[in-house]
Unconditional design. Sequence first.
Length: 157
Amino acid sequence: MRHELHTFAAGQQGRGFHHWLIVTAFTALSATGCAQAPQGAPSEGEPAAIAEVPGTDLHRLTLTDHAIERVGIATAVIAVDPKTGKLTAPYGAILYDSSGKAWVYTNPEPRVYVRQAITVQRINGDVAVLTDGPPAGTVVVTTGAEELLGTEFDTAE
């Protein structure tokens, strides 16, 4: 089943070129190194491997180091607001799907990215206050999430 998702990056403009970037960046990349790849790693010559997360409609994306560098992935950490005790996320980490549902890409281990739903209570400048989301300390993608979304849903076809 093909999902219709749009790459609306919260608080960031000029992201329309990212579909083009996905095509050029990911098709131009090649795997690095000659060592045997760990389980779930991209096959030789591929910038990313996509695996289903069992029991969900989500995917686990594993990128090569070269793909991460080319896309320019940057991350930050989910925090807790000391005054309110609420979870906070960088506003730039948030993606919205076509139905308005909010998501972030977590980075649970090196080179691995998994999309996770969040619920935004409000936006305070460049910080989103969450009522639901990954726990404090979770690493989330702040730059490059649109490319991950494009990879997950193969928008480069």
